[in-house]
Design a protein around this ligand. Structure first.
Ligand code: NDP
Length: 239
């Protein structure tokens, strides 16, 4: 038995590190043809198509879609993973930090999906997974901009799922809890201890644990009747 992701062409944004990198590695193991975008300098993962791109660049993301199709074939799955935080208490959130987070986390999803979705409609198949966050569902101190962007991703996912269903395209979101990546670096040890005390599984998640949830939702076999849903992967962290 497999997840049916062998030879499927899947594009992952922000696949060079953190959760995105774990998704790329798992999809490779599952036999997919994986393309991913990166911004910072890194060593491209063997057996993948690595493309330098910024999700805030609409034209650049259309070129990414073209390049993936040309080199790997029609795109079966998209993982809109790239994201940033610019945390601060609301009175101190600058306009620049507000715009950067919304542009990357929300407009970036639009820029990534827009060139590809019509082609999925034409082919009557496809699966999209957007990475939201526990902050988008529950809110979080110092994250008004980030939580707003991730809540918007959930609204986007549920709406696109309704539109896309008639074309055989599924759209879902994963809402990770706190996952051990660079994104947790700015959080002080004291705050980390407080957060840990609120998580019933008593630990932060691992990027690989998000990757398995993504693979499940991409799978045409495992999740064929699931669309418009938000899969929480957070160790029962409900504040
Ligand atoms: P990391 O900071 O480890 O990685 C972020 C990734 O996004 C990097 O690959 C980065 O590329 C890429 N990225 C950021 N901005 C852009 C951009 N403008 N264009 C292209 N790529 C970009 O974070 P995580 O792996 O932890 O986060 C991945 C996703 O998971 C994000 O959407 C995040 O919001 C979400 N998430 C993370 C949680 C966590 O606790 N870690 C919790 C809930 C959700 P580069 O290397 O070039 O900067």
């Amino acid at each position: 038995m497999t997840l049916g992701l062998e030879d499927q062409v899947i594009l992952v944004t922000g696949g060079n590190r953190g959760i995105g990198s774990a998704i790329v590695n798992l999809l490779l193991e599952l036999g997919s043809k994986v393309a991913y975008t990166y911004r910072s300098i890194h060593t491209p993962q063997l057996g993948t198509l690595a493309i330098s791109a910024d999700v805030t660049d609409k034209i650049g993301m259309a070129q990414v879609a073209e390049q993936v199709e040309k080199q790997l074939g029609a795109i079966d799955g998209i993982v809109a993973n790239a994201g940033i935080t610019k945390d601060n208490f609301f009175p101190k959130v600058t306009s620049a930090d507000w715009d950067a987070v919304i542009d990357t986390n929300l407009k970036g999803v639009y820029n990534t999906l827009q060139p590809i979705i019509p082609k999925m409609y034409d082919r009557r198949s496809g699966s999209v997974v957007c990475i939201s966050s526990i902050s988008g569902e529950q809110g979080n101190l110092g994250q008004t901009n980030y939580a707003a962007s991730k809540a918007a991703v959930i609204g986007f996912t549920k709406s696109l799922a309704k539109e896309a269903a008639r074309y055989g395209v599924r759209v879902n979101a994963v809402a990770p809890g706190f996952i051990e990546t660079d994104m947790l670096n700015p959080i002080s040890d004291k705050v980390k201890q407080r957060i840990l005390s609120e998580i019933p599984l008593s630990r932060f998640g691992k990027p690989e644990e998000i990757a398995w949830a993504v693979a499940f939702l991409l799978s045409p076999l495992a999740s064929s009747y699931i669309t418009g849903t938000v899969l929480r992967v957070n160790g029962a962290h409900h504040t």
